[in-house]
Design a protein around this ligand. Sequence first.
Ligand SMILES: C[S@@+](CC[C@H](N)C(=O)[O-])C[C@H]1O[C@@H](n2cnc3c(N)ncnc32)[C@H](O)[C@@H]1O
Length: 550
Amino acid sequence: MNFKINETKQKLHGAYYTPAHIATFLAKWVFERQPKRILEPSCGEGAFFSALRNVGVRPSTTIVSCELVPEEASKAVCLAQNLGFKNVDVFVGDFVSWATSAIKNSEQFDAAIGNPPFVRYQYIDRLIQTRMENLFELLEVPFTRHTNLWVPFILASIRLLREGGRLAFVVPAELLHVLHASAVRDYVAAHCCDIAIVDPTDIWFGETLQGVVLLMAEKRSAGQSVATLEIIPLAERHQLDNRLSDLRVKGNAVSVSALGPKWVPALLSPAERETLAEVASRPKVREFHEIANAEVGIVTGANSFFFVPDDVVEEYDLKKWTRPMMGRSEHVEGVIYDAAQHDRNRARGLPTNFLDFEFPFFSKVPQSLRRYIEVGERDGLHKRYKCRIRNPWYVVPSVHTAPIGLLKRSHNLPRLFLNEFGALTTDTAYRVTPRNVAESALVGSFVNSLTALTAELEGRHYGGGVLELVPSEIERLLVPLVDFTRVELGQLDGFVRKSTDPFALLDRQDNIICKRMGLKKGYFDVLQGAYQQLRARRMRLTLPDPIEEE
Ligand SMILES: C[S@@+](CC[C@H](N)C(=O)[O-])C[C@H]1O[C@@H](n2cnc3c(N)ncnc32)[C@H](O)[C@@H]1O
C-alpha cells in the first residue's frame, strides 16, 4: 500500500511533462479545424503552447489555461509571450474549480488539448476532492472515490467544447479497462462521434509516461450518428510525424455500443472480433456464472499471521488449530491440488497451515496460543481494520473450502484447480463451486484460447503486467464446456506441470476442445492470436498499483 506522505510533490501534482513529439502530434490534429479558442486545462511549463505554435496556430488565437503551481504557470506565461501569443490567459489555481464556473457560464471552446495530472483520489487535496464530487454532479456523471484527477479534466473539457470541437489528450491506458474510468468511456461515447486512441506498442514515452494512450475525439453535433472507436497501435515513435488520418485503417473503427462496458475489445481486429462472436454463439460456450459460482477466499486481514509454515506451528505448539491451506500460484503447479502437492509444499517450507482459532474450542486461551497471539499484537495486527472489527480479532470468519479454486492473479492464463485435498484458500484465490457441472469438466474446459482471451478482455492489469480478475469479471468469462474425465484431468495436470510454454498448453487444449465441440481448430487459432497480442500488451505496460475496486 502506498501512503500520501511517502509520495513526491511531482507525483502528488501529477507533474510529468509531455515530450514535444507527442504534444506536436496532438496539436497537428487539433489545428486541422483552425480553432480560434483553445483550452489547455493544466499547462505546466507550457509544452502544448510550443506545440500549438509549431504547427501553425496563429498568435492571435485565444488560449485559456489553468495551472495549480504558480511557478509553473509563470514559466508558461513567459513562454507564451516568447512564442508571440497575444491572447493567452493562464488561471493560477485548480482547474476543477475553474471548469465548474466556466460550465455554469456556458463558456465554449473549439478545441481542448493537454496532459492532465494523474493523481489517485486519496492523494488529492480535500478541497479539490469535494469540488470533483460537485463537478460530477453538475455533469450528471456517477461519482466514485476510486476515481483519479485526470477524469474530471476530460469530462469538463468535453463539456466545454462546442459541437464539432476537437479533444486531444494524453491519458492513462487504464482508460480502456478500469471500472472507475467507465465515467469517461460513457461520457465520451455519449458526447463524441469519432473517437481515435493511439496505443504505443513499445515503451518509447520515457519512464514517466509509460502506460499512456492518446485520446482524440470530436464532439458530436446534433443529428450525428453514434460514436465509433478505432484503436491505432503505434510501433515506432517516428510514426507520430504523420497525421492521425494517415495512421488510420479503413474499416477498423467499431461502434462503441458494440464493445460492452470496457473498450479493450477495440484492440482486436474486425476479423478477430467476428471470430469471437461466432465462437461465443456456439451452444457449448457458456458464461462462467451459468456454470459456477466464485466466492472470495478467506479474508484474514493478516495473511502472514494466520497462514504459516510447519516450523511456526512447531515453535508455538499450534498443531491443534491448523487446517491445510494453499494461497499462491507457486503452491499449485498443475490443475489438481492433492495430498502429494500439499506434502511437496510443506517440504519446501511454504506456508501450508491455516490457523483456525475457532472460539468454542476453548473457554480460556491456552498458554502456548497466548504467546502466539501476543506476537501478533506486538506487531499491531489487532488494530488493522479487518482484524479490529472481529471479536476476538484472531478468530477468522467464513472458514470453509470449495471443490475448485481460482487464483485471483495470474501471469499467463487464469487456471482453475481441482481442490481434491480440501485445502482452504486466502483471499488471493476464489472458492469456486460448479453448478450442475462435473468438477473435472469445468477445470479441464477452462484452459483454452477462448477463455484466455476473454480473461484478457474482462480483467485488469497493473504494474508488472499481472492479470487480475474480480468476481464480476469472472462471471463474464466464456468457457467452452466439454467433457473431461478425472483421468484426462490428471493428464492435463501432468502437462501443465511440465510445460513452460503457455501457447503449447493452449494448442493442446484447443485441439481437444474443438474436436469435442465439432468446431474447426482454425477458429481457436484466431482467438489464440488475439490472446497473444493482448497478453504481450499487458506485460509491456507499466501501470499504477491496484486500488481495491468493487
Ligand atoms: C502531466 S502535467 C502536464 C503539464 C503540461 N500540460 C504538459 O503536458 O507538459 C500536469 C500538470 O497539472 C498540474 N495540476 C495538478 N493539479 C492541478 C489542478 N487541480 N488544476 C490545474 N492544474 C493542476 C500540475 O502542476 C502539472 O503541471
